[in-house]
Design a protein around this ligand. Structure first.
Ligand SMILES: Cc1cc2nc3c(=O)[nH]c(=O)nc-3n(C[C@H](O)[C@H](O)[C@H](O)COP(=O)(O)OP(=O)(O)OC[C@H]3O[C@@H](n4cnc5c(N)ncnc54)[C@H](O)[C@@H]3O)c2cc1C
Length: 467
C-alpha cells in the first residue's frame, strides 16, 4: 500500500482508500465533508509517523512538505561519493520509538566502530586519553548530575511530574549549573565542551533541565548517554526508514508545498494555503514544524499567546555538522577541544579505498561556513594539524528556512513555560515534533513519539466531534 505522493518524478502507486472515514462533522445541522481528516504540515519523522498512524485508524491525512524531499532534519544525501547523513543519524536501543520502527520494518543497523582513546586538544597541546580514564575523571561530576536527574525526572516520560521542584531550577542554564559545581579549570573545560556538543549550542543558553532529561532517559547512565552519539545508525540511511513510513501512509503527500497560512473557516474546518496558492481543506491540522520556523505560517485565529511566544524564542541548537574526507586511514579515534573552537568534536567514521571520513561538530554556525573548504580545513587543523583534507560536505540548518536550528534543545525556562501548552490542542490545531516529545526531545526518537502520540489525540478529537 502506497501513499499518493505528488511532486516526485518517480510514479508511486495510488493510495488504497481506507474502508471508512472519521471526518464527517455536523455543524448547525449542516454536514460538512472536509477533504481531509487531518492536514499535516511537515514531512519529517513526526509528520509521517502521525500520517501513518492516522491512516491506520481509518482517517484520511494529507502531508504538505515544503522541500522536494521527505525527512526534514533527517537527510541521507549523496555527498563526497557516499551516502552521508546531513542531519539525524545515531540512536540507541534504549530509545523505544525508533528501535520499534527498526524492528517493524526489519531494517539493517550498523554499530559504530569501537573507539578506545580520545585526543584532547586544549589549544596548546594534544593529550591522548584512554576513554576509561576520561570516564573515571568525569565520574564524580557526572554523578552529581545523574543524582539530580533521578530526583527531578523520576519518570522521564512525564517530564512535568515534579513541576513544583522544576520551577526552581528551570531558569538555570547548563553553564550556571557547572559554575556552581566548583570544578577545576580542566574539569570545567571538559564538561563545557561535552555539554555544548550535546546541545549543539552554547551552554550558557542550554537549559539545565534538558540536560537532566537526557540523563534520566538514559536511565541515569551518563556513559550510555554519550554512547548514543555514536551507537547505531541505519545501514541504508535514515532515508530508508522515512521511505518505509511514507509507504505506509494511506493518504496524500505533497512535496514542494510550503504552507503559508492556516485559516479557520465558518464551517469549523481549516483552509491550509501554500506558497503556490493552492488551498486544501481539513477538519484538523497537525503542525510539525521546528519551533523557529512556525512563525512563517500565518494562523487565523492566531495560536495562543504562549505558543506564539515559544515560537519567538531563539533556538539554542545553532551548531554545525560537517563531513570531511581525509587522505589517510588512521585508527578509529575521537578528538575534542574546548567549546569555543569552531569545531570541538571530531569522530572517525568510515574508511574507503581513497582514505577515510570524519564527522565534525561545532556549537556555533556563526563561526564556520560548512560549505567553504578552506574554513573547514582551518577548523579541523586546529584540532588535527596533520590530516590532509580532500573535501567536505555540510548543510547549514540554522539558515535553512524550513529548519532554523539543528536538533531541538530547550533554552532556559522553556520546559515549564511551554511544554504543556505546546502540547495542548487548540480548536483542532495540534503541534508535534521532536521538541514536543515527552521523552527524547530533540531526537528522532522524540519526533516519532510526538507524531504517534499526536495522531492518537487527533483521532480522539475527531471521534469526540463526530455528531
Ligand atoms: C545536524 C543534525 C544532526 C542530528 N543528529 C541526530 C542524531 O544523531 N540522532 C538523533 O536522534 N537526532 C539527531 N538530530 C535530530 C533529528 O534529525 C530530529 O530530531 C528529527 O529529524 C526531527 O523530526 P521532526 O519531524 O520533528 O522535524 P523535521 O524533520 O524538521 O520536520 C519538519 C518538516 O517540516 C517541513 N517544513 C518546514 N516549514 C514548512 C512549511 N512552511 N510548510 C511545509 N513544510 C514545512 C520541513 O522541511 C521538514 O521536512 C539531528 C539533527 C540535525 C539537524
Amino acid at each position: 500500500m502506497f501513499p499518493k505522493v505528488y511532486g516526485l518524478r518517480k510514479k508511486v502507486n495510488r493510495m488504497v482508500k481506507p474502508s471508512y472515514k472519521l471526518g464527517a462533522y455536523r455543524t448547525g445541522g449542516v454536514r460538512v465533508m472536509a477533504a481531509y481528516d487531518a492536514i499535516i504540515i511537515g514531512g519529517g519523522f513526526s509528520g509521517l509517523a502521525a500520517a501513518r498512524e492516522l491512516s491506520a485508524n481509518g482517517c484520511h491525512p494529507l502531508v504538505l512538505e515544503a522541500k522536494n524531499r521527505l525527512g526534514g532534519r533527517a537527510w541521507t544525501d549523496e555527498r563526497l561519493g557516499k551516502k552521508l547523513e546531513m542531519g539525524g543519524t545515531w540512536f540507541h536501543w534504549y530509545e523505544p520509538h525508533i528501535w520499534s520502527e527498526i524492528t517493524k520494518y526489519n531494517l539493517e543497523t550498523t554499530q559504530h566502530v569501537k573507539v578506545e582513546t580520545l585526543q584532547w586538544h586544549n589549544g596548546k597541546s594534544v593529550k591522548k586519553v584512554p576513554l576509561n580514564l576520561l570516564y573515571t575523571f568525569l565520574e564524580k561530576r557526572m554523578k552529581t548530575l545523574t543524582d539530580e536527574a533521578s530526583f527531578y525526572f523520576p519518570n522521564p516520560y512525564r517530564p512535568l511530574e515534579q513541576q513544583e521542584k522544576l520551577l526552581e531550577i528551570d531558569g538555570l542554564s547548563t553553564r550556571d549549573r557547572l559554575n556552581r559545581m566548583k570544578l577545576t579549570s580542566s574539569e570545567y573545560e571538559w564538561m563545557d565542551s561535552l555539554w555544548s556538543l550535546i546541545f549543539h549550542g552554547r551552554t550558557e543558553e542550554a537549559s539545565y533541565t534538558h540536560s537532566l532529561r537526557w540523563l534520566a532517559l538514559s536511565m541515569n547512565d551518563w556513559k550510555r548517554l554519550l554512547e548514543t552519539f555514536s551507537a547505531f545508525q541505519l545501514t541504508n540511511g535514515t532515508k530508508e526508514l522515512i521511505s518505509c513510513i511514507a509507504a505506509d501512509v494511506k493518504g496524500d503527500i505533497h512535496l514542494s508545498s510550503e504552507v503559508t497560512a492556516v485559516e479557520k473557516q465558518k464551517d469549523e474546518t481549516y483552509a491550509v494555503t501554500t506558497q503556490a496558492g493552492e488551498t486544501f481543506h481539513g477538519n484538523t491540522v497537525i503542525v510539525t514544524l521546528p519551533p523557529p520556523v512556525i512563525q512563517n505560517v500565518a494562523f487565523s485565529p492566531p495560536l495562543s499567546s504562549v505558543k506564539r511566544q515559544a515560537g519567538k524564542e531563539k533556538a539554542v541548537s545553532r551548531g554545525v555538522k560537517v563531513w570531511v574526507r581525509i587522505k589517510s586511514s588512521p585508527e578509529p579515534f575521537i578528538a575534542a577541544a574546548p567549546a569555543h573552537f569552531p569545531l570541538n568534536y571530531i569522530q572517525y567514521e568510515y574508511e574507503d579505498e581513497d582514505g577515510s571520513f570524519l564527522v565534525c561538530f561545532g556549537s556555533d554556525a556563526g563561526k564556520l561556513d560548512v560549505s567553504n573548504i578552506s574554513d573547514v580545513e582551518d577548523a579541523v587543523h586546529r584540532i588535527l594539524p596533520d590530516v590532509e583534507i580532500m573535501d567536505c560536505a555540510g548543510h547549514d540548518w540554522t539558515r535553512d528556512k524550513f529548519a532554523g536550528q539543528t536538533w531541538s534543545m530547550h533554552g532556559k525556562n522553556q520546559l515549564t513555560r511551554y511544554h504543556m501548552e505546546l502540547n495542548r490542542e487548540e480548536n483542532g490545531i495540534f503541534l508535534a515534533g521532536d521538541s514536543l516529545a515527552d521523552g527524547g526531545a530533540g531526537l528522532m526518537d522524540g519526533a516519532l513519539e510526538s507524531g504517534i502520540k499526536t495522531a492518537g489525540k487527533v483521532r480522539n478529537y475527531i471521534i469526540q466531534h463526530l455528531k
